[in-house]
Design a protein around this ligand. Structure first.
Ligand code: PXL
Length: 277
């Protein structure tokens, strides 16, 4: 069985970060080890959330794992809460990178042109450095703009997206995936650049006029799970996008659905069918 480690916070209520990564990756038949970076009562879109920082635990955990000689087929980082955590992730990559494994960074920091509570431009610049060590990065358009220090644009064309992708790979990442790309009316999707092959690819679907928390984490977790199931990146991204859309569809079918996260649970059977398990 493949084993990955995912490093992000646990938001106790909120259907994001570890509370979606663990069930999704496990359901895909992949062992998911975790390093929780913080415990929050909810994600940061709620008012009054508690935040316990677990930065101090990261090095002892990783030292123990080195003693045990644990290896991971993928290292997947999501929401990280401080400069120190970025530095520790960089060290973690150095410790656990092998010839075969995959470093997957989702630089969770913002959406719709804005950074989430607690993040700054300086943090985005440091996150860009961490992305430079990754095999695959999956920023949305907002995160990409902040990491590159360029203005966030609401409207753009394909050539602009290609330029952003090239710049993201110039940070050092081998492959860059931009999510939430939209330059054709009514359509939204993903564009990817593989620097070594100098190749672009894309996948678009109908735009959904709703935005939910945690969908980026669902997308990234599914992508990691699909890659661990032997799919190539383009296939994995399609499965991840389709599953995310299905989660939103099922959420909107429920009359009194909650607004802080999507119904990823009911869509798990769909996901399993899609990966042929
Ligand atoms: O879904 C991304 C995310 C993860 N973790 C925390 C968050 C958010 C988005 O706001 O607040 C704590």
């Amino acid at each position: 069985m493949k084993r990955i480690v995912t490093i992000q916070d646990i938001s106790c209520v909120g259907k994001c970060s570890l509370t979606v990564a663990l069930p999704i990756i496990s359901a895909m038949g992949v062992e998911a080890a975790v390093v929780p970076t913080a415990v929050l009562s909810t994600h940061t879109m709620f008012k009054g959330f508690t935040f316990r920082d677990l930065t101090e635990d990261i090095t002892p955990i990783s030292e123990h794992w080195k003693q045990e000689n644990f290896k991971f087929d993928a290292i997947y980082t999501g929401y990280l809460g401080s400069f120190e955590q970025l530095r520790l992730m960089s060290e973690f990559f150095d410790e656990f990178k092998t010839e075969e494994n995959l470093i997957f960074v989702d630089p969770v920091m913002g959406d719709n042109g804005k950074l989430y509570t607690g993040f700054t431009e300086e943090f985005a610049a440091e996150m860009a450095r961490l992305c430079g060590k990754a095999d695959i990065i999956v920023p949305n358009m907002t995160e990409a703009a902040y990491m590159l220090g360029i203005p966030y644009q609401e409207t753009y064309d394909e050539a602009y997206v290609q330029d952003v992708l090239r710049r993201l790979c110039a940070l050092g990442a081998k492959k860059a995936v931009l999510t939430g790309v939209s330059y054709q009316p009514g359509m939204v999707g993903i564009m990817t650049y593989d620097a070594a092959a100098d190749r672009f690819s894309s996948y678009f679907h109908k735009r959904i006029d709703a935005s939910y928390h945690g969908t980026g984490d669902i997308f990234a977790s599914t992508c990691v799970g699909a890659l661990m199931n032997g799919m190539d990146l383009d296939e994995a991204l399609k499965v991840a996008a389709d599953y995310t859309v299905e989660c939103i569809r099922l959420t909107e079918e429920e009359p009194n659905h909650n607004t802080y996260g999507v119904n990823f649970e009911s869509a798990v059977p769909y996901l399993i069918r899609r990966i042929g398990k």
